[in-house]
Design a protein around this ligand. Structure first.
Ligand SMILES: [Zn+2]
Length: 54
């Protein structure tokens, strides 16, 4: 499962969120620490753990 890094505005820290691509496309990402939705994507810190070719 791919992991995405975000900066949580509530926690004031970076969090790593594992989720499926379909979940990411829907934008239903929540902070694993506080459950908040105020997450800002960290550009350039995407871990591609999928075999899907682009
Ligand atoms: Zn949080």
């Amino acid at each position: 499962m791919p992991q995405y890094e975000y900066f949580c505005q509530k926690c004031q820290r970076e969090v790593t969120v594992p989720m499926t691509i379909s979940q990411h496309d829907k934008g239903g990402v929540v902070c694993p620490q506080c459950g908040g939705r105020e997450l800002r994507p960290l550009v350039g810190s995407f871990f591609a753990q999928t075999s899907r070719k682009s």
